[in-house]
Structure formats: C-alpha cells, structure tokens
Design a protein around this ligand. Structure first.
Ligand SMILES: [Zn+2]
Length: 251
C-alpha cells in the first residue's frame, strides 16, 4: 500500500480512462501525426494528446498494430475535438510587462506599478510584489514571488482541510509540477502545484480535497467521486474552470 500513488494529470486526454501514467517510450513510427507505442504495462488501447500536440496511441501487451489503428479510427472525432480544444485554449503571455493581464487568485489582473515605496514594485489585485527592475520581463521575478507565497499558503490550507475532513496527512509539499495539479501517496504525502495560488480559492480547495479523498480511494472510481461529492459538491464546476483556464496558469 505504501508505494501506491495517485497522480492527477492535466494536459493529456484519454477517452474512457481517468488516470494513466506515461508509457515508456517505444515508438513505432509516426503516422498521420500519431505515434504508436507499445507498452509493457498497458491493459487497454489508449489515445492521448500531449501538450506538444503529438497524439500517442498506446498498444497494450497483447495488442496488435492493426487493432490499434482501428482504435484510433474509432476515436478520430475525439482526437480532432481535443486538437481543436488545444488550439483554442487561452495562453499566458510570454513576456510580462506593466499592463500585462495575468491570472492571479482567480482573476485576470493587470500588472500595475505600485505607487508607494522607493524600490520597484508592482501590484496584482490586492498584493504587492517587489521586482528587480520595472523595465525587465517581470515574469521570472513574479513567478519566484508566487512560488514563495504558495509554499506558505497552500500547505496551511491543506492542513486546515485535512483537519476538517479528518484525513491522515503526513506531509504537504508544494512543487513545480509540469503536468498535474497535485498528487497523493498512500503514506499521506500530498504534493500540490504552486499554480493553485493562481486559481480561484474554490478550485484550490477542490484540488486539495480531491487529493485528500485519494487517501480513502486510491483511484478515480465511482466510490472516489462520491467521496469528493461529499466534501466538495461543486467539483464539476471546479473541473470545468480548470479545463477553461489551464492555459493561463502555464499548465
Ligand atoms: Zn485524482
């Protein structure tokens, strides 16, 4: 039980499969923008679209290339829609300057020059952040400030919610995860993505509670979602927000 881990991915879509781990890369050549990979652990055919726009079709242990191609054919409409969603997803600006609107605590906030103080600083909503120089790309400096704040705020909230739901959490870490919002081990270690500080509080709470409920159910079964529904009835709205806005968070 101790090495079981539930990972919550975002940015990969698989029809009919809630969770999956990335298969070890064993490419069988791209066709039609799709890479076929044989996986020694997969039990089902799977199609996923990566953040890089490459679609990967996984062939299970006993599967065949021919069957994989049929599977891809059956899911072609899904793949086209997923590609469309990826194209139309909002993206965060690459370079941040005064006037850039960025996602901050659930709102698109304009980076403004802070009026007081002699050191260069900017306001985002009600928060003020010091930056090295107002003329530079502000993104690296602000990211560093966000992460520092997230490392204080997110564990505090996680411990609070662990207490109210009586879940046995042993450690909370905040990380720069590239493709998921959080994860949870059976030993009670909860890892949260620092980007949860960019989302509305309700979405942050949902992700934390989602991870905590994995301590009851280490999967995405019907029983798991029932647990989530008990502690966070509006989880569908939170999931919808994540789908619409993930591009702004850099995930
Ligand atoms: Zn999950």
């Amino acid at each position: 039980m101790t090495d079981a881990e539930q990972q919550d991915w975002f940015g990969q879509f698989a029809p009919g499969h809630g969770v999956h781990r990335a298969p070890p890369p064993k490419a069988e050549g791209p066709r039609d923008g799709i890479v076929f990979r044989r996986s020694p652990t997969a039990r089902n055919y799977r199609l996923s679209l990566g953040r890089d726009g490459v679609a990967v079709a996984t062939i299970p242990v006993r599967g065949s290339m021919r069957e994989a191609e049929r599977f891809v054919e059956r899911n072609r409409t899904w793949l086209e829609r997923a590609r469309e969603r990826q194209r139309s997803r909002p993206r965060a600006a690459d370079v941040w300057t005064l006037g850039t609107r960025v996602l901050w605590r659930g709102d698109l906030a304009e980076i403004r020059r802070a009026t007081d103080g002699e050191r260069p600083s900017v306001c985002l909503g009600a928060d003020v952040f010091r930056v090295p120089r107002l003329e530079d790309d502000l993104r690296p400096a602000l990211h560093a400030r966000f992460i520092r704040l997230a490392k204080v705020e997110l564990p505090a909230r996680a411990w609070e919610l662990a207490a109210t739901t009586r879940m046995n959490v042993t450690r909370v870490t905040v990380r720069d995860q590239r493709s998921r919002w959080g994860s949870c081990t059976a030993a009670g270690v909860v890892s949260l993505n620092w980007r949860l500080i960019l989302t509305p509080e309700s979405v942050r709470d949902y992700i934390i509670l989602h991870e905590l409920m994995h301590l009851r159910e280490m999967n995405h079964s019907r029983r798991f979602w029932a647990c989530v529904g008990e502690v966070f009835p509006a989880w569908r709205e939170a999931e919808a927000w994540i789908k619409r806005n993930a591009g702004y968070t850099g995930l």
